[in-house]
Write a protein that binds this ligand. Structure first.
Ligand code: ADP
Ligand code: MG
Length: 272
């Protein structure tokens, strides 16, 4: 896809947010374009989920603006916001399915909320959406009866209930085994290709990010420290980017801690 030809579906301007003294969004400005798979990648706690919630209108920033599908998210009337919400889908990190409802009933929730479709049509649409994520045989299962990977798929189906133009995923494969996780990556790529939906995916998983992304924003401590396609990002010479991309932070700090402990022990034995 040529980004130069695509139109922005989301524009963030100087987003700022802090919790106490902790800055979780530090003057973030960017555009996300129609049809792309944009991955927000970074270590745990760097502010990814806060940014995602801010983009979809659930977490007002301390300063800055979000424009999505032409609407000013923190300045629009409730009616306008409602119409934007109909055009987006969100799958949160924990899936957040309703445990007392079957998978089909879960997928029908947004259809009941945002449409006047009769029950029979809602049911058919739920069947189609669950079929698309490979759960056509599990319509009447309850969330507790299926695996973690299946729950994620069901959450994807629910996010797609209204045929959204923009889909948001928070850690779509966190906590799953590598095979299931790779399967979900493939599913995301298919959703993007078949439905031409714009995908905004938050993850801390490098492999997944590089497998699915057209573009990556690499976040560290509330800032976007590097951005670009996977190939560009791999070439980034920024130390913070290199540390994250080479999975070094934990090993390094563990090694540093070991050095300190060894030095202390040596000091102690010298004194004795
Ligand atoms: P990520 O998704 O990258 O792991 P988050 O956006 O969830 O990071 O959180 C960024 C930082 O902000 C973390 O230190 C987290 O503890 C803190 N944080 C998130 N939400 C809140 C909140 N509602 N109140 C206070 N601190 C929060
Ligand atoms: Mg998170």
């Amino acid at each position: 896809m040529q980004l130069a030809d695509a139109k922005p579906v989301i524009q963030a301007q100087s987003l700022m947010k802090r919790f106490g003294s902790r800055v979780v969004m530090s003057r973030l400005s960017f555009k996300i374009y129609a049809g792309e798979v944009l991955v927000i990648l970074g270590p745990s706690g760097c502010g990814k989920s806060t940014l995602l919630r801010c983009l979809i209108g659930l977490q007002p920033p301390d300063a800055g603006r979000v424009s999505m599908l032409g609407a000013d998210i923190y300045g629009a009337s409730p009616d306008v916001l409602d119409s934007v919400r109909r055009r987006i889908g969100v799958a949160f990190q924990d899936g957040a399915l309703f445990g007392s409802m079957t998978l089909a009933e879960n997928v029908e929730v947004p259809l009941s909320e945002f449409s006047d479709l009769p029950a029979s049509t809602r049911r058919i649409l739920a069947m189609i959406k669950l079929g698309m994520v490979g759960l056509g045989e599990a319509l009447d299962a309850y969330p507790a009866q299926i695996s973690g990977g299946m729950r994620k798929r069901a959450a994807f189906a629910r996010a797609m209930a209204l045929d959204p133009e923009v889909l948001f995923f928070d850690e779509p494969s966190a906590g799953l085994d590598p095979v299931t996780s790779a399967g979900l990556d493939q599913l995301l790529i298919r959703l993007n290709q078949v439905f031409q939906a714009t995908l905004v995916v938050v993850t801390h998983e490098l492999e997944s990010a590089f497998a699915i992304a057209d573009r990556i924003f690499l976040m560290d401590q509330g800032r976007i420290i590097a951005s670009g396609g996977p190939a560009t990002l791999k070439k980034s010479t920024l130390p913070a980017a290199q540390r994250f991309l080479n999975r070094q932070p934990e090993e390094q700090s563990a090694a540093r801690l070991m050095d300190v402990l060894i030095a202390k022990a040596a000091e102690g034995s010298n004194r004795r």
